[in-house]
Design a protein around this ligand. Structure first.
Ligand code: GDP
Ligand code: MG
Length: 564
């Protein structure tokens, strides 16, 4: 056990975590090739594309007599629960910061979690080779924000490999070996799990006390479930079967549990009874943001259902139930941890399962005139303070705290969740020249003035647009939707009024005038075949139309509205 080092890399998206992981795998000769096997840890194409690690893939590296377990952490704001669980499986963390971009809010808050859990932190400035690198300034900022000695900060280029050998040395020297007790009753922490169609549920575990033998029975404390071990082993990075997993080690267990949603991240596994104390306390992840998904082609309804089921196998935080809309047909109301989680999941459905989906505006769950609030931490260069205050005040934010760290400021705000799930992140970026960043956690439900916003087309309510909202937001959003619809809706045989209404009162209106000539009048009478073709095309187009009362609107209207 004295030769084991369990560590992770805390980094903001694009700061070089995957590139660094590749260098570590090369230096330790865990993989032999260079160049070919890039970004081994981000195994999903979307996570790679978006720089978001969805599933944690740990890897064991054997180096100079040491066993180094690198545990990857998922890299975005909605997965902070999983991040906390993977931190809890480590004794140390590399705090990796891009020398051009500086430290970001999420990194800072993950750092704070790691520190609370007692992890040894190794601060590292990456990309020192980049022309835009501000190496010394970044070191100063970092030292100030995380209150570490600036001489403990390492400088590396994950790209060229400069300084990475020294970093590996620092991991061995500075990160303590696990303080696990091999003779205590077995306890293992589940920090991730994946579903494999062939092999079933594969749990990723850190053995905290005792050991698990490949024939042991398993007891899951949070779910009170019993299971059998089918196979266990280590990551090399491929799964390599072993006889047992011992205290301090990181590995995988394949169980006979068929339903992956029963294997919970954060749960504790024991091998003899349910009587042990759980390790860090399991929390059920709660969906906070809801989006309704409709197949553009209604024939894809059961394909969508099937795809959602498959997606849920690897992500039990997703919930869904059937819903129907007059305008959009049959679909599913889906719950996600946050709006990024919703976006990523939707992209996976579109890419992995080749579905064309209309997604409604994300909403939160309201409970009897109460709405969820969050505590947000915003980090930015202090010159943007005014812009950030303006933005947050416009979103009903309450400033709780404001601390200067040299050139930077961290601001703590309480905000309604509904105010930050649409364009808040983009607004923050554009108001701070890209330097501002945010991290948040859910607080509690608080009272608010709820209204039901309705959009009427030719005096008929379109259910897909109906939404419960805070009054001020409803007024703004109603006006916005009316303007957008006016731009998008094609002219009809009759003039069409587009209206937004709140509690029976019209708050916005736009008129789409009727068109003057019909489609055939555009031709000069002559050419019969061209006329036929045009009528044919028009008929086909109509099939894709949705009917709202007397008005026919193109099927892609919703797509175009909701995609902006
Ligand atoms: P991740 O999102 O944290 O996993 O970041 P990646 O490892 O995918 O890196 C993001 C981008 O930064 C990629 O284009 C990398 O090639 C680049 N990058 C990573 N490390 C370095 C470095 O040390 N120097 C330079 N110049 N670019 C780097
Ligand atoms: Mg990456």
């Amino acid at each position: 056990m004295v030769n084991i080092r369990n560590f992770c890399i805390i980094a903001h998206v694009d700061h070089g975590k995957s590139t660094l992981a590749d260098r570590l795998l090369e230096i330790t000769e865990t993989i032999k090739t260079t160049g070919h096997a890039q970004q081994l840890l981000d195994s999903h194409p979307i996570s790679r594309e978006r720089g978001i690690t969805i599933k944690l893939a740990p890897v064991t590296m054997n180096y100079r007599g040491y066993c180094l377990n690198l545990i990857d952490t998922p890299g975005h704001v909605d997965f902070s629960y999983e991040v906390e669980r993977s931190l809890a499986a480590c004794e140390g963390a590399i705090l990796l910061v891009d020398a051009a971009q500086g430290i970001q809010a999420q990194t800072l808050s993950h750092f704070q979690k790691a520190k609370k859990l007692g992890l040894k932190i190794i601060p590292v400035v990456n990309k020192i080779d980049a022309p835009s690198a501000r190496v010394e300034e970044t070191i100063d900022e970092l030292a100030q924000l995380v209150q570490l000695d600036k001489f403990s900060v390492l400088k590396i280029s994950a790209k060229t490999g400069e300084g990475v050998q020294e970093l590996l040395g620092a991991v061995i020297e500075r990160v303590p070996s696990p303080k696990s007790n091999i003779n205590a009753p077995t306890r293992a922490l589940i920090f991730s799990s994946v579903f494999d169609p062939q092999r079933g549920t594969i749990t990723y575990v850190r053995i905290v006390d005792g050991e698990i033998d490949k024939t042991d029975k398993l007891f899951f404390l949070a779910t009170h479930l019993q299971g059998a071990t089918l196979q266990l082993g280590h990551f090399t990075p491929k799964m390599m079967p072993s006889e047992k997993l011992s205290a301090g080690e990181v590995g995988y267990i394949i169980t006979n549990i068929k339903d992956p949603s029963l294997v919970k991240i954060g749960d504790t596994i024991t091998t003899n009874s349910f009587s042990a104390n759980s390790l860090i306390g399991y929390k059920e992840p709660k969906p906070m943001v809801y989006v309704s998904l409709f197949p553009v082609d209604q024939n894809d309804y059961s394909l969508l259902e099937d795809s959602l089921r498959k997606l849920r196998l690897n992500d039990s935080a997703i919930t869904f139930s059937a819903t129907a809309s007059k305008a959009l047909g049959r679909g599913f109301r889906c719950g996600f941890l946050g709006h990024l989680h919703a976006e990523v999941s939707q992209e996976r459905l579109e890419q992995d399962y080749r579905l064309n989906i209309i997604a409604t505006m994300p909403t939160v769950e309201y409970r009897n005139n109460e709405e969820p609030w969050v505590k947000a931490m915003i980090l930015a260069p202090s010159q943007y303070l005014g812009a950030i205050i303006g933005l947050c005040e416009n979103r009903r934010g309450i400033l709780k705290d404001q601390i200067y760290h040299g050139e930077h400021v961290t601001m703590t705000y309480e905000l309604p969740l509904s105010e930050i799930i649409t364009d808040f992140f983009d607004q923050l970026k554009s108001n701070t020249a890209g330097y501002g960043s945010i991290d948040y956690e859910i607080l509690e439900y608080r009272p608010f003035e709820a209204v039901n916003l309705e959009i009427l087309i030719n005096h008929e309510a379109v259910d897909a647009f109906s939404q419960i909202m805070e009054k001020g937001r409803g007024l703004q959003y109603g006006k916005f939707l009316v303007e957008r619809l006016k731009e998008i809706l094609p002219r009809q045989q009759i003039p069409v009024a587009v209206q937004a209404s709140i509690a029976g009162q019209i708050i916005a209106r736009a008129d789409v005038p009727a068109f003057r000539k019909d489609v055939i009048a555009k031709l000069y009478g002559g050419d019969r075949s061209r006329k036929d073709k045009l009528l044919e095309a028009q008929k086909k187009g109509k099939k894709k139309m949705k009917r709202i009362g007397k008005v026919e609107i193109p099927g892609d209207t919703f797509l175009r509205i909701f995609k902006t």
